[in-house]
Design a protein around this ligand. Structure first.
Ligand code: FAD
Length: 428
């Protein structure tokens, strides 16, 4: 039996309550030989896929490969910088996936994929075979596009903090150590990149911290772009909450970064140098390393897929989801990655049964906090078309620019609720 769109939607609505066992009338003996699905990456996309594969078909053998013992989410890492959450609040373990859902979680790194033999090699040397493979390794960085910049500099003095973890802690410490009257230089990359509104939420929450603790300080945003996500909403929020504190320079207005000097803490732009006590340079991005090494990425650095199943167009039997894949109109977000993970799980269950994947809708909502009681959001529903994944016109929406204080406060509450729910849905 295949999974229909109706069954799939029912499962999504069921949320975290119970498993799909029984929902589709699948028995443990449905398959003589257990089909093996291997998932690389235990973040938003990979962990959601692993869990929903087991929910949809508990008879599957699902192995999740993830080197980290616990996952620190990028969503809400800006809240940590603002002093509104702790690193502990945004850290999630794999205990429930392992114990409640029967996912075989292996704490290791995938170092090679053999698409002919259908196997994955781990850094321990172990080789694991699969019937279907899901690759959700997130992003990697193009360090070499900016003169003087490197991974070493990002790890030690100019953190990007665009993968939550030690660099988030470093950036937080740098902000706390900065003198009152210091300058924070924040450099967002060009499109496409992980979480389009993320740098501007970060500027907002750093401003929130500075306003309370170091009010003479300022933030200079040197942007590689001419415009940015939710620009009108952020700009209005900055004028209201942090007047005079945040200066944004567009790419042609002196924002394009061409080099850095870590010794003098200087950023070189096309129109001159800018010094900062804290420099948060977010480099351009590409698909996660393993996707390149496996030949899943194109010349632009991202992985082309068939949008109905997220199966790679480069290698059969391998599905690429999340930030690494080219998902048409969908932004590179955690919500999008988890939504893609659920669609992929359903597609794999059908494909393993010799059935066509269904083509359900995909969803995304991105909340951003401008201040603790000041939230803004953008939402969209997506469908498949001949042009790939497109947004259904009129399906989503943006917080109105003339939203009332009550509405903005509601959005901030929704953001908190969104985080709790999505984390429970994926890792809980
Ligand atoms: C500051 C910031 C704020 C954000 N806020 C939001 C938000 O509010 N809402 C939202 O929806 N999104 C937000 N995002 C975006 C979100 O974090 C990403 O889009 C999402 O994490 C992408 O999911 P993913 O599965 O592709 O990658 P990830 O979640 O990064 O997961 C990738 C995993 O793969 C593992 N991995 C990598 N290589 C290997 C390998 N070779 N072997 C095994 N494992 C491997 C990594 O260790 C990692 O755990 C934010 C991002 C940032 C930076």
């Amino acid at each position: 039996m295949s999974i229909s769109r109706r069954d799939f939607n029912k499962l999504l609505l069921a949320g975290t309550a119970g498993s799909a066992f029984g929902l589709f009338g699948i028995s443990n003996t449905a398959f003589a030989a257990r089909k093996r699905v291997v998932v690389i990456g235990g973040g938003f996309g990979g962990a959601a896929t692993a869990k929903y594969l087991k929910k949809l078909d508990p008879t599957l053998s699902v192995t999740l490969i993830e080197p980290k013992a616990a996952f620190v989410t990028c969503p809400f890492s800006n809240w940590v910088l603002g002093g509104l959450k702790t690193m502990k609040d945004i850290t999630h373990t794999y205990t429930a996936l392992r114990n409640q859902y029967g996912v075989n979680v292996i704490a290791d790194r995938a170092v090679a994929i053999d698409p002919v033999k259908n196997s994955v090699k781990l850094s321990s040397g172990k080789v694991i075979g699969y019937d279907r493979l899901v690759v959700s390794p997130g992003i990697d960085f193009k360090y070499d596009e900016i003169a003087g910049y490197s991974k070493k500099i990002a790890d030690s003095s100019m953190p990007h903090a665009w993968q939550a973890g030690p660099q988030t802690v470093l950036l937080h410490k740098q902000l706390q150590a900065m003198k009152n009257g210091g300058t924070v230089v924040l450099c967002p990359p060009g499109n496409p990149f992980r979480c389009p509104p993320g740098p501007y939420e970060r500027a907002s929450l750093i401003a929130y911290y500075l306003k309370r603790h170091k009010p003479k300080s300022k933030i200079v945003i040197l942007d590689a772009k001419e415009k940015f996500s939710k620009q009108g909403l952020f700009t209005k929020g900055w004028e209201r909450l942090y007047p005079g504190m945040i200066e944004w320079r567009s790419s042609t207005g002196g924002g394009k970064v061409v080099g850095v000097d870590a010794k003098t803490m200087t950023v070189e732009t096309e129109l001159g140098a800018v010094k900062g006590e804290v420099i948060n340079l977010i480099p351009s991005q590409k698909a996660g390393k393993i996707a390149f090494e496996a030949g899943l990425a194109n010349e632009k650095g991202w992985c082309p897929i068939d949008p109905a199943s997220f199966e790679s167009t480069m290698h059969k039997g391998i599905h690429v989801i999340g930030d690494s894949c080219i998902a048409g109109a969908m932004p590179k977000s955690g919500f999008a990655a988890s939504s893609q993970g659920k669609v992929t799980a359903a597609a794999i269950v059908n494909l393993l049964r010799g059935q066509e994947p269904i083509s359900p809708s995909l969803v995304n909502t991105c909340y951003s906090l401008v201040g603790p009681n000041y939230g803004v959001s953008v939402a969209g529903v997506y469908r498949l078309s001949e042009a790939g994944i497109v947004e259904i016109p009129g399906s989503g929406g943006l917080t109105p620019v003339d939203a009332t204080d009550d509405q903005l406060e509601q959005e901030a509450l929704f953001a908190d609720g969104w985080y709790t729910n999505i984390c429970k849905d994926i890792w809980g």
